[in-house]
Structures are given as C-alpha cells and as structure tokens.
Write a protein that binds this ligand. Sequence first.
Ligand SMILES: CC(C)(COP(=O)(O)OP(=O)(O)OC[C@H]1O[C@@H](n2cnc3c(N)ncnc32)[C@H](O)[C@@H]1OP(=O)(O)O)[C@@H](O)C(=O)NCCC(=O)NCCS
Length: 165
Amino acid sequence: MVRAAEPGDEGAIADTLARAFDRDDETVLVRRLQDGGTAVVSLVAEVGGVVVGHALVSRVEARIDGRRIEVMALAPVCVRPTHRRRGIGTRLVEAAIGRAADAGAEAVIVRGDADFHGRFGFSEGRARVFVTSRSGDALQALEIVPGALSGESGTVDFPRTRTDA
Ligand SMILES: CC(C)(COP(=O)(O)OP(=O)(O)OC[C@H]1O[C@@H](n2cnc3c(N)ncnc32)[C@H](O)[C@@H]1OP(=O)(O)O)[C@@H](O)C(=O)NCCC(=O)NCCS
C-alpha cells in the first residue's frame, strides 16, 4: 500500500533510506527538502504495516528560455533491499507522478537508473533542454503537459545531496 507519510513515520523513513542507500546523503537531502518547504508530497509504501519504501516529490526552480515552468523532482525514491523486485518501486513512482500532476507539475525530473525510470516515460532526451554541469546519473524528465519542456535552453535546480559535484 502506498500512502502519504504521516507524523510519526519519520523514524521508519530514515531507516528505509539508510538501508536503501549506501551513503547517508539521501537522509540529509530528505530532511533539507522538508525543512526547506519545497516538498510537495512524501509517500511511503507499507507491507504488513511496516514502511519499506519512500518517495519524495519537491518543487524545483526551472526556467526555459526565460519562462518559469512548474517542475517537480522525484528524489529520492527507494525500497528496502529486502523488498525489491516486487513492484513496490513501481507503485511509488506511479503514485508520485500522479501526486505531482495533481499539484500542478508541468514536468517531473529524476536522476538514477535510466532503465528503471524509463518504464514510466522518463527520458534523458526530454531533459536535454536543461543545461546541467553535474556529474553522476543523467537527468531524466517526463512531461505532464505535452510540450512543457520544449525550448532552446533551460535551467533547473535539481535537489543536491551533500557530496554532489
Ligand atoms: C530503484 C528501486 C526504487 C526499484 O524498486 P523496486 O521495488 O525493486 O522496483 P520494482 O519491483 O517496481 O521494479 C520494477 C522493474 O524495474 C526494473 N528494475 C528495478 N530496479 C532496477 C534497477 N536497479 N536497475 C534496473 N532495472 C531495475 C526491473 O526490471 C523490475 O522488473 P522485474 O521485476 O521484471 O525485475 C530500488 O531498487 C531502490 O531502492 N534502489 C536504490 C535507490 C535508488 O537507486 N533509487 C533511485 C534513484 S533516487
């Protein structure tokens, strides 16, 4: 079951993040996004009443050809290693995209495994309008509003973790 996180889920979310990622950067990132007020929705996936997955959608600053557009980032999305390959990540991403669309996103961006995210329509090609000098996984984007990412040149401020280049 995927649901919105509630007060009291913080510990289970932190534990899920710690188990899902080798580094603690994502825990820091989630806290910073929530404290910074840019988080739109925090989702948890539960199995048997235990939180085993987490996804966070946040508003990011984005412009294309000088025009401000409503872009939301899906970062992070994770599932405990013990519960992977059962469709939980899929349900989290689908719910996150739906919530982002409901909240007015024209596009959603993500970084991470392109094969996994490609299943939902994210592509590096769609994100190409954004000029980024960041290293690591390539930025991928999904248009909610067709044509939202059309243009010559754009900027986007993908949420940074502490050790990002
Ligand atoms: C990526 C992640 C969220 C997927 O969660 P999951 O619950 O295993 O995903 P699903 O079970 O819905 O997977 C659906 C399909 O996606 C594919 N897939 C899943 N994880 C994948 C990965 N790491 N690489 C490539 N394909 C992947 C598989 O084909 C899978 O289908 P299968 O069951 O036929 O094998 C999970 O592996 C994870 O937490 N990884 C560490 C954190 C991370 O890298 N997050 C993404 C960037 S923030």
